[in-house]
Structure formats: structure tokens, C-alpha cells
Design a protein around this ligand. Sequence first.
Ligand SMILES: [Zn+2]
Length: 399
Amino acid sequence: MAHLHPTGLPHRSLVMRLIPTPYGGTLVEAILAQNQAKRLLEQQNEFLKIKPPIEQIYDAEKIALGAYSPLQGFMDEEDYTRVLNRNELKKGLVWTIPIVLTPKGDTKELKPGDEALLLDLFDQPFALLKLEQKFKIDKGEFAEKVYATRDTNHPNVAELSEYGETALSGKVELLRALPNQHGGVELTPRETREYFQKMGWKNVAAYQARNPPHKAHEYIQRLTLERDDVDALFIHPIVGKLKKGDYKPEVIMEAYKVFVEKYYPKNRVLLSALSIAMRYAGPKAVLFYAIIRRNYGCSHYIVGRDQAGVGSYYDPYAAHAIFDKYDVGVVPLRYQETFYCRVCEGMVSSKVCPHPESERVSTSQTKIRELLQQGKPLPKEILRQEVIQILERGDVLIK
Ligand SMILES: [Zn+2]
């Protein structure tokens, strides 16, 4: 593909401009042509229909768009079992989160070889499943091995109660994109890859978010943008199914849009939503998120303290350590916990600030949400005025 230099070697400047290949080598894209999709919709009454749990609706779309490359469909029993027990796919690639289709209710009439339509949140068909295999899953084992707990206070363990006992594996083809429920821009892996190429970005660092930006996030983003080995920052908030008490997706996207436009150079930052369900699986989720970002074209992945954690189920720095054990072809950029120091008069971490705890203002989201719920003013040391204005409008959290 690369142009050859007279020496016979690929021309250096062209090679340098390549962004990372998708995970597994090829970007999966299974989007039906418009006339095919139209024909299927006209014949929809002839198909069996499946309503997956919300997170699996998002998964079906992301499989077809290539966000989960090399997965071409929902996992079969062998992949599922390998992921649970060995953190790998049967192809040998590292993979930590099972991607299964487990609709609740009777699936007896579905047989391998059948084609079925998947329904979206509004019960409208959006994807075609070519059923290959049916197998039983043990939800207790799923919880234990993926989330390291069976405690139903864990939001993802709780949602297993909405799963059926039978998993349906098979390839997925997309009839149409899901309705946008966050109001922001959401680019596909193909689109971000094309954008990175157009901008001449080779090394793009992905920033995973699930909250409106505060100054600790900003500090880490700016440290990343200062690096010589990073061309640009891709801010990619997860805005699919979140949990009660999280910020609403539209609030996260609006706050980030205002913030990015006002404070960052346009030619070095891209913002786009990622509508998938949060997996609060600590280190396992972080590896999964890094793989997804590689599929969107990123070479680097920012890992803060306790990313994808919830409660105290995971060691806050296990998300850093897992990159030493598993290589998914993405360079982790690991950052310590950061806070505002009144003596340093800025955002710092304990790596650069010697002052006692009493001088530090925590940037904990829990504290910000508490202040919001009590109707108290939000601290200017840790939030930009533009973001404060959006949050103080009220009704910004999921009830
Ligand atoms: Zn200090």
C-alpha cells in the first residue's frame, strides 16, 4: 500500500503517517446497503424478532461498525469460555469482556441457521443476526469472572438479572444506525480513522470519559498534549447506558463541547461520543476500552486512577498494572490521582507536590455530585465556569 522510494523501501514520510491497524488487522464493517436494508424491513414480519438487553443493543451496533474488531458477531461458546477463563479469543488475541447476546424470554423457536431481526430501544428492527449457535451461560460465573464479585450492588452484576440463560451467537449486520440519544457527534471507527489521516495525526491518545470535564481531567489531557510522542487527543466519552446517579449523556456531551471549543486548539483535539454501556469491571474494562480505541485509530490510551472502577471492588491502580501483563497494541499513558493544591495554586499529583492533605482540594466526582444535590455552589478551583453553568442548571443526573 505504501509508495515506494527509489531505494525500494517504503517512503519514510508516508510510512510515518500511518495510524495503527485495527485490532486483529482488519476493520470489521457489516453495514447492509440501503436497498437490502429496505427490503428486509419490508419483509420484517417474516423474521423472528429479538429484543436484547440495552447494553447488547449498543454492542450489536458497535460490532457491525468495527468498534469491537475482530469480533464479527456475538460470541460463541468457545470464545465466551476462553474470554472468561483465559482473557483471550480463540484466535489467541487478548480479550477481557464477553460480548454475548442473551435476550430474556423464550428462544426455543430460534435454531442455528435462522436469521432474526434485533430490535432497538424503541422496538424497531436495526440489525440482522445470523444465528450460529445457542449455549447456556451461568450468570453467577459471568459475574464472578468478569466483575470479580456476585454482589448485586455492583451495577453490572445487577443488570445480569435482565439477561436470559441462553446465549445466541452469530454474525451481525446493521440495517441502520441507532437513534442518537446524547445530542453530540458520534463518529464511526472508519470516520475517525479518515479524520486522523486527513489531519495528519499518527499518534492519537484516547481519553475515556464518563463525566463532564473538571480540572483534574484537563490537567491530564494537557500533560498528554504536551508530549512529543502524541499528535492529538481524542476525547471519547461513553454515553450509552450509565448507572443511576451518573451524569446524563446529553450533559456530558454538551459540557465537553463547550469546554473543547473554548480551551483547546482545534487542530489537536477531536470530541466524539461512544454509545456503549459502561462496564465497571476495573482493569478488565480498561483493557477492553483500550482495544476499542485502537479500532477508532488511537495509538495511545490514557489511564487515570481507578478508571472503570465502582465502589471499592478493584485496586485503583490495577488498571495501570494490567498493561504490563497484556499487550493490546496500544501504549498506556498512566497518570496518578490529581488534585488542586492551595499552596502550589494549581492541579498537581503527589509526584510533584510536597504539601499536606489539608492544602488539597479533592476533585472527586462524588463530592461534586453531592454539592449539586444539596444545591450548593460548585468550586471554581476544580471546574471551569462554562461547565459550572451547565451543571447548575439542574436535572443533570440520571435518576
Ligand atoms: Zn502543593
